[in-house]
Design a protein around this ligand. Sequence first.
Ligand code: TRP
Length: 440
Amino acid sequence: MSKSTRVLTGITTSGIPHLGNYAGAIRPAIEASQQPSNDAFFFMADYHALIKCDDPERVAQSRLAIAATWLAAGLDPERVTFYRQSDIPEIPELNWLLSCMTAKGLMNRAHAYKAAQDHNESRGVELDEGISMGLFSYPVLMAADILMFNAQQVPVGRDQIQHIEMARDIAQRFNHHYGQGKEFFVLPQALIAEHVATLPGLDGRKMSKSYDNTIPLFEGGSAALKQAVMRIVTDSKQPGEAKDPDSTMLTQLYAAFAQPDQLAAFRAALQDGIAWGEAKQQLYQLLENLLAPMREEYERLMQQPQEIEDILQEGARKARAEAQPLMARLREAVGLRSPRQTTSTQGSTQHKAAKARFVSFKEGDWFKFRLLDAQGEELLCSEPFSDPRAAGLAQKHLRERGAQDVQTVEQQAQILIEGRCIAQFPTSRLAAVQAALASL
Ligand code: TRP
């Protein structure tokens, strides 16, 4: 395998993607996935969506729209492992192991949680009002997303940098506590593409669904795109008046999608006094040229949900093939071991010995037992005993002395203890029974 760097990112499926999502996450991630040196994992963070959105229809619609968006934007599911978080049961499992290694104090410092508290404080209500445990421990789930696949680089918006740092903290703590020299988790790094600024929204604040100031990406077609661009807030400078290119969001938005020479021309036009309406028209045209072909593919995919589902199921299969072995190691590391794993670490002779065994059971008023071989197959079933102690003593006798007294009656081997037949079975099985008893 020549692929080297694991690049992973997720997008929360709580809305319909907007231009800010595209510039801040989708585009840089897809570009990164196209580099031959990268091994990309991209997923829909639909568990995270439940934190922000309790409307099932919106969650369902958004998962579909976001998958279609990434595919339409150029994601190649053949080279990228593209999946939904909720199709990987190992992620919530890891989330719990990490939760138990995460200081509550670390979560207290998370920006999203603090912002929610500050908001409550300013409204004069209980500090924790409306804050779910999901919101509070959001960064742990995000750490699980990242650490599950040992991502080295995580392309995210600047607002997510703190979460990546928390994932590093949590990984370090886990490695340190359980690792004993083994590194379970790679420490991830946030990848902020140099030329990607956080896009301003229509009102100049960061473009965000929660501010309701977004420019749609595909939804509503070119008409909706144009309408949004025309609503961008500007000052009251008149046509012909010089405009400072550095103090309008139009330039920031234009710069995020333009070639250097296009940008230079746009800035010059503003300084020359182009009307705001005309400048917006130029921005719209730049965006429309870029987005129209992708929008067409998006609309096609939205009509073909089964095509999307097949792609995602294949992605989940690839992702789980990686998650399962790591999860098995982690369970082992924290002490969640199955009995089989425990004995298998004790050497092969004991391993076999531990596996042939008696199993006692009750049948009506009677007490009986079976002798099972290493594979769990029944070798013999005892005659009924009227009390459990007698059945136990017979087992003890067999375990300590083997089948000393055996007689054969019509192809049946009978084991006798003090003259009494305690079990009979086909003579062909006698050697196997003797071997199993000897191994006990
Ligand atoms: N929190 C991210 C966002 O809101 C989405 C996300 C969830 C994510 N899990 C992730 C991003 C893991 C990168 C890696 O944008």
